[in-house]
Ligand binder design. Structure first.
Ligand code: FAD
Length: 452
């Protein structure tokens, strides 16, 4: 336990940084300052305005197992009151398909039944063979241990030894093959690959299953989802308003020096002194403005990320889709760069914004240039019979920072976790947990609990 008057600098006012502030306050620490580079809070929860409403350029939804986001809602006095989400599926030719409906796919009935039994089997394996798989964060996994908070309503601390957890270092494809549950990937792929988190032949199973734990996946299947009327950014705006110390916007940090037990942060040209620093900004770029140690430089150079592109557009009224669509055929490594999802947020207004999503990188393959990918997506929209009339906004995100299977298995997380607190520095945010609102907020909760 630290002195409650410690002066704590939090870098970044996205979900990770703002929730770190909230959990610090809950423990009685009020001497913190959140420094944000942008002129707004929310990070990748980004909800611009159009025709009197807000659309989503970043995060869209949550599920009832988003317990840390629920903490934020309670603290900030808000709730998930947004438009109901609904979706359908198309193939690459633009035909509507209903891939999981046995009545529509009589020839696929044996396969669908097999898939159902594999989903059940995976659920059982996760509870038994992979007990502890779903604790937040990645501490111990590569060594066959778990240590963190259980993803249950009680959210109590759990720890233990489980050699089988080492399998989570494998790419998800291999993990499924090893456990004879290959067919379940058709269920997991929508909220994983289509949501920009990469392809199953490259991403370690730990990332897939910690985010899409069994309960969360079933919520996606049942479309039991949360949205927010004023967008996900409004969650973090409300939290920022409620915090004792609001994030300081437009903070340009040019240098961070750690010496004599203090942290000296140069912000907009002036040096500020702190006792501790919590970094929620991308760790990959931390060595560009910190006095990084060789170990920090070496470890953070291993981080990779997805190039996930979002386009916001309007259509002519006759071209407006009646629902959001997932394009199954485009979620394969061979079709990277193609449109995987397009999202219709507002059901009652055909003049409102729609958004498209595509990944334009895959391990070992050339990155597709931004403009080329945009062209592919716009062509795909025509094939889907919902061509864009006008593009209003576009962004290529630094998305889902992660390490590859080999680096994961070599104990990357245990090395980084072993550095927590050294040089008065704490590491949080996406790469430490997973790239979604709840995992990063949950990680901040645990970090505060462990060290403050
Ligand atoms: C298109 C898209 C769709 C998504 N969909 C969902 C979804 O449906 N559900 C879900 O839960 N999640 C979703 N996510 C992911 C979710 O938005 C992120 O995982 C979450 O915002 C991560 O929070 P964070 O605070 O760790 O990082 P970020 O949100 O990236 O915030 C980091 C903050 O740090 C600031 N910063 C960076 N560098 C510096 C610096 N040097 N100095 C000061 N400040 C700095 C940034 O400006 C930013 O505000 C989506 C994201 C995108 C882009």
């Amino acid at each position: 336990m630290k002195d409650k008057n410690e002066k704590i600098c939090i870098i970044g006012a996205g979900p990770a940084g703002l929730s770190a502030g909230m959990y610090l306050e809950k423990k009685g620490y009020f001497n913190y300052q959140i420094l944000e580079r942008n002129d707004h809070v929310g990070g990748k929860c980004n909800s611009p305005r159009f025709n009197g409403r807000r659309y989503e350029m970043g995060a869209i939804m949550g599920v009832p197992s988003y317990y840390a986001v629920h903490d934020v809602e309670e603290f900030a006095g808000i709730t998930h009151n947004g438009p109901k989400l609904n979706r359908n599926y198309k193939n690459a030719k633009g035909d509507i398909i209903d891939p999981f409906n046995p009545k529509k796919n009589p020839l696929k009935i044996p396969q669908l039944l097999k898939m159902k039994s594999q989903v059940k089997r995976l659920g059982q394996l996760l509870e038994t063979k992979y007990k502890g798989y779903d604790v937040n964060g990645h501490r111990g996994v590569a060594e066959g241990r778990y240590d963190g908070y259980a993803v249950t309503p009680g959210r109590e601390k759990v720890s233990g030894v489980n050699e089988n957890l080492k399998d989570l270092c494998l790419p998800f494809d291999e993990f499924c093959k090893r456990n004879g549950v290959d067919l379940i990937k058709d269920i997991w792929i929508g909220p994983f690959t289509a949501f920009g988190y990469g392809y199953f032949d490259e991403i370690p199973a730990a990332y897939v299953l910690k985010y899409l734990d069994f309960q969360t996946t079933m919520n996606f299947v049942k479309v039991n989802l949360w949205t927010w009327q004023d967008g996900t950014q409004s969650i973090w705006e409300a939290l920022n308003d409620k915090l004792k110390n609001h994030a300081r916007l437009n903070s340009d940090i040019t240098k961070v020096e750690r010496k004599d037990g203090k942290v000296y942060v140069t912000v907009n040209g002036a040096v500020e002194e702190y006792d501790d620093v919590i970094i929620t900004a991308p760790l990959q770029y931390m060595p560009t403005y910190f006095d990084a140690t060789d170990e920090e430089k070496e470890l953070f150079s291993k981080i990779d990320y997805e190039r996930y592109d979002v386009l916001a557009f309007t259509t002519r009224p006759g071209d407006h889709p009646e629902i959001s669509y997932y394009i199954f055929d485009n979620m394969t490594p061979e079709t990277y760069g193609h449109l995987m999802v397009y999202y219709r947020r507002w059901h009652d207004d055909k003049s409102q914004m729609l958004t498209t999503y595509a990944i334009r990188n895959h391990q070992g393959k050339p990155e597709i240039p931004y403009e080329k990918c945009k062209e592919m997506v716009l062509d795909d929209l025509k094939t889907m019979h919902n061509p864009a009339d006008k593009i209003h906004n576009e962004h290529s995100w630094y998305y889902f920072p992660h390490v590859d299977s080999e680096t994961y298995a070599s104990g990357w997380y245990d090395k980084v976790e072993g550095m927590q607190g050294q040089k008065n520095t704490y590491y949080a945010g996406e790469v430490m947990a997973f790239g979604d609102m709840d995992e990063v907020a949950e990680y901040s909760r645990e970090l505060v609990d462990r060290f403050f």
